[in-house]
Design a protein around this ligand. Structure first.
Ligand SMILES: CC1=C(CCC(=O)O)c2cc3nc(cc4[nH]c(cc5[nH]c(cc1n2)c(C)c5CCC(=O)O)c(CCC(=O)O)c4C)C(CCC(=O)O)=C3C
Ligand SMILES: [Fe+2]
Length: 380
């Protein structure tokens, strides 16, 4: 399948360019149909990930892909590059997504669903653009897109729609219509499979604490901070990022300790200090808890689906160190990963759409939903 020239000549490490007109396009071309999957249509599932570097030389080009045109200061990039270099320049995220794909393939096969599963990324190879061309080549006519993010916001939902639209827009030649049609699967932070995977992890983390501290430990959900301006427009009526995360965390805590108090705080803030992002930061929050005499904390990163760099660096190193300095006991719950309940959820979301369950939030987003205007790209 030939690709548009500007994509073909994209050097390794540089993401194929974005088409700014996509930002104004409803849904990025991923509107689901209300009908069930027609018999005989050749379909696939695409696990759409964030992407991450696979070696020291990949780190800076990866970071440039992620932050292109987003006004992130160079000092911040150098700082984050160091986090990646602590892991030899390799993010665990790609291996984790490969494992998820393998688990979902197995799950689908066991359920008698005969459908290929592909994997593509926004910010690193295999780029979604190239996987789209591959799927077109393989004769796929329709793709269900499962993003590795279950919540609203430009970063967590709309950008995945835009990734698909970009991938479709660069296809030429044999598939001038953009190759297979596409639909994104819905938000899943409140799905019983996601909740069960996180609840079991939270229970296990709580059990790591000395017994006498478990009852007094504060349960603290974390998610990626985003700019306040992005949070204000998340979802059809705004504020959906925090709302969905809070609901998800509530369901997880209730599955472990019904009605128990918890906090929702933010991690991994980026951007210049002059731009307000969601607060409090998890480290500041630990300070406040310590000042209140809280002796122990259990963090559960509800906003992420695997233990990637944001989790293993920002929580297992930075937040753990903060807690240590404050004399608080610390435990961190694992993410959904390849928990069977989470893998089963992916199959269920797919089956629901194939049998015509009405689209839910995250599938058929209205035009203004989560919309963040692209910044002008820096000129060379
Ligand atoms: C809401 C959200 C999620 C959850 C939803 C989802 O999962 O999609 C998420 C996930 C992730 N974020 C990740 C990494 C990064 N995010 C960055 C920057 C940013 N994230 C943002 C938001 C989010 N990010 C925002 C608003 C920015 C500022 C730039 C912009 O306005 O777009 C930067 C730039 C450097 C910096 O941190 O400043 C990096 C390196 C990784 C990969 C980890 C690995 O490699 O293991 C993952 C899964
Ligand atoms: Fe991020």
């Amino acid at each position: 399948m030939p690709l548009a020239t500007d994509v073909d000549i994209t050097p390794a490490g540089q993401r194929p360019d974005e088409d700014p007109s996509l930002a104004a396009r409803n849904n990025g071309g991923t509107t689901p149909s209300a009908d069930p999957s027609p018999p005989g249509r050749r379909e696939a599932l695409l696990v759409l990930g964030f992407g991450g570097p696979e070696g020291p030389g990949d780190v800076m080009p990866f970071l440039e892909n992620v932050t292109r045109g987003r006004g992130i200061p160079p000092e911040r990039l150098l700082d984050v590059a160091e986090h990646y270099q602590h892991f030899g320049g390799v993010s665990p995220i790609n291996e984790q997504n490969r494992a998820l794909v393998a688990a979902v393939e197995k799950e689908c096969a066991a359920a008698g669903i005969d459908l290929p599963v592909y994997w593509g990324n926004r910010n690193w190879a295999p780029y979604v653009e190239h996987v789209w061309a591959q799927m077109a080549d393989d004769g796929i006519e329709h793709v269900y897109v499962f993003p590795t993010s279950g919540f609203a916001s430009w970063s967590g939902c709309r950008q995945y729609h835009e990734d698909v639209a970009r991938a479709r827009s660069v296809l030429t030649g044999a598939a001038p219509g953009g190759g297979p049609t596409a639909e994104k699967l819905p938000h899943y932070g409140d799905h019983p499979g996601f909740v069960q995977a996180n609840a079991e992890a939270l229970a296990a983390a709580l059990a790591e604490l000395p017994e006498e501290l478990r009852g007094r430990a504060r349960l603290v959900a974390t998610a990626h901070s985003i700019p306040e301006s992005m949070a204000a427009v998340a979802g059809p009526t705004g504020g959906a990022y925090q709302e969905e995360l809070r609901r998800s965390a509530r369901l997880v805590v209730d599955a472990v300790a019904p009605g128990r108090e918890f906090d929702l705080v933010w991690q991994s803030r980026s951007g210049p200090p002059s731009v307000p992002w969601l607060e409090p930061d998890v480290n500041d929050h630990l300070q406040a808890l310590a000042a209140d005499g809280v002796p122990a904390v259990v963090l559960f990163p509800i906003g992420f689906v695997s233990d990637h760099v944001e989790v293993v660096w920002d929580l297992d190193n930075e937040a753990r160190e903060t807690a240590g300095e404050l004399g608080m006991a610390f435990a961190r719950a694992g993410t959904a990963g390849t928990h069977p309940a989470f893998v089963g959820m992916v199959r269920q979301l797919l089956e629901e759409r194939r049998t015509g369950t009405p689209p839910r939030l995250g599938t058929n987003c209205p035009a203004h939903c989560c919309f963040v205007a692209p910044r002008p790209r820096p000129t060379a």
